[in-house]
Design a protein around this ligand. Structure first.
Ligand code: ARG
Length: 459
């Protein structure tokens, strides 16, 4: 039976009921709805709506229901209850009879759903931070074990300057760390309880909403009842954090797909995260990474979708807002799956060190070094840049690397070049010169790895 039958003389059309009911997705809030209901029953004692004994009876029944839900979290899906709030109330009444009908006093599904949603989001944030941390830890440990592997760094997907594989790993550690801090920011802002806001104007029972909020683990109660039931910007924040992080994961995936390509050959992905072709027997495709890259789209879609849904909604609650859930559920599940998959892919890679180093030493990645060398000999950088450009053209014509040109050949481009140029052109020297904070020198890398390990609780 619907919660609101009294006003109606006709039953809902089956097609409308199908469109309107949300139990098939908001069943995920069962735990939050029950915990919120227990807290609400305690608040009702403080305003003399329930006796202590009645509250105890309700709490016992709600706890029993919670145990049933924990044992079988999807059992309610086939019920014809409109939503999870109706289902919990139905179950409660089935357990304790008429007493259960008192629970909704002073409460609305509008503040109830807003509370359930925040509690659910808070729990998700903690889990997501856990998955972000595991991926960061895997990246740092990979960086540490592969610290000596030199590879080309790219701009415009052209070999630019040599870096280390570890440096690449730590770049993603940084991005994921900002994702984590965005989640923490979002959590801080959403950590206020809407319960006791009623339908929109506030509950008519003069309870201590801050105490109620504390019982539920919130920092405090929200300040304005209209805002409390009408706002979903905390969901937008969560979805935009998910979207940004999925962009990071998508770029990580794209880098790895390229590293794994026959053309680059820097890494080999394990059989556990690749698949074959039905036609071409030689193929081993990087599907896990392609899916991470591909799934980025649906997460951005959930964010745009909810933005469009909320835009132009009049205050306070409107049924449009029921649309806040499915995209959120899908987006957070997708994000969580992709974080875990990225960790798995990374933990299983094999690095081809000699191939990485070979690629780093080709492609004139040390041209900047030669320019800096000329600068040290007194030539202004812009001029040095031009000279080295010509030297690269000359070296390409001879099919040689810069360091493979003889001194005589090099002197043809600038007479200041001497024998001391060769050590400067070595890969190791290219790395070592990047010794300012954030650079790729050995010392900086050691510091960066140690600092990251400490931040991530690995030290
Ligand atoms: N299922 C609804 C939602 O998800 C719950 C709130 C219903 N409130 C209402 N006034 N109809 O938004």
């Amino acid at each position: 039976m619907a919660l609101w039958g009294g006003r109606f003389t006709q039953a809902a059309d089956a097609r409308f009921k199908l469109l309107n009911d949300s139990l098939r997705f908001d069943y995920r809030f069962a735990r939050q709805d029950i915990i919120g209901s227990i807290a609400w029953s305690k608040a009702l004692v403080t305003v003399s709506v329930l006796t202590e004994q009645e509250q105890t009876n309700l709490e016992v029944a709600l706890n029993a229901l919670l145990a049933e839900v924990d044992a079988n979290p999807t059992a309610m899906i086939d019920s014809d209850a409109e939503d999870i709030h109706s289902w919990v109330e139905q179950q409660l009444i089935a357990k304790v009879g008429d007493l259960g009908k008192k629970l909704h006093t002073g409460r609305s599904r509008n503040d109830q759903v807003a509370t359930d949603l925040r509690l659910w989001c808070k729990a998700q944030i903690n889990e997501l931070i856990g998955h972000l941390t595991l991926l960061q830890q895997a990246l740092v440990l990979t960086a540490e074990s592969q610290q000596h592997v030199v590879m080309p760094g790219y701009t415009h997907l052209q070999r630019a300057q040599p870096i280390t594989f570890a440096h690449w790993c730590l770049a993603y550690v940084e991005m994921l760390e900002r994702d984590t801090s965005r989640l923490q920011d979002a959590l801080n802002r959403m950590d206020y309880s809407p319960l006791g806001s009623g339908a929109l104007a506030g509950t008519a029972y003069p309870m201590d909403r801050d105490q109620l909020a504390n019982w539920l683990g919130f920092k405090g109660a929200t300040r304005n009842s209209l805002d409390s039931v009408a706002s979903r910007d905390h969901v937008l924040e969560l979805l935009s954090t998910a979207s940004i992080s999925m962009i990071h994961l998508s770029r990580f995936a794209e880098d790895m797909i390229f590293f794994n390509s026959g053309e680059a050959g820097f890494i080999a992905l394990s059989d556990r995260v690749t698949s074959g072709s039905s036609l071409m027997p030689q193929k081993k495709n990087p599907d896990a990474l392609e899916l991470i890259r591909g799934k980025c789209g649906r997460v951005q879609g959930a964010l745009s979708g909810l933005m469009m849904t909320l835009k132009g909604l009049p205050l306070a609650y409107n049924k449009d807002m029921q649309e806040d859930k499915e995209g959120l559920f899908d987006a957070l599940e997708t994000w969580s799956d992709c974080l875990q998959m990225a960790t798995l892919v990374l933990e299983d890679i094999r690095l081809n060190e000699s191939r990485c180093e070979q690629a780093a030493s080709q492609g004139y990645a040390n041209a900047t070094e030669l320019a800096d060398y000329l600068v040290a000999k007194g030539i202004p950088f812009r001029e040095a840049h031009h000279i080295v450009g010509e030297a690269v053209v000359g070296a390409i014509a001879k099919g040689k690397a810069l360091e493979a040109l003889s001194l005589e050949e090099l002197k043809a481009f600038s007479s200041v070049i001497e024998d001391d140029v060769y050590p400067i052109l070595s890969l190791q020297s290219c790395l070592e010169k990047r010794s300012a904070k954030g650079g790729v020198s050995d010392k900086q890398m050691n510091n960066a790895i140690l600092a990251a390990k400490t931040r991530l609780g690995l030290e």
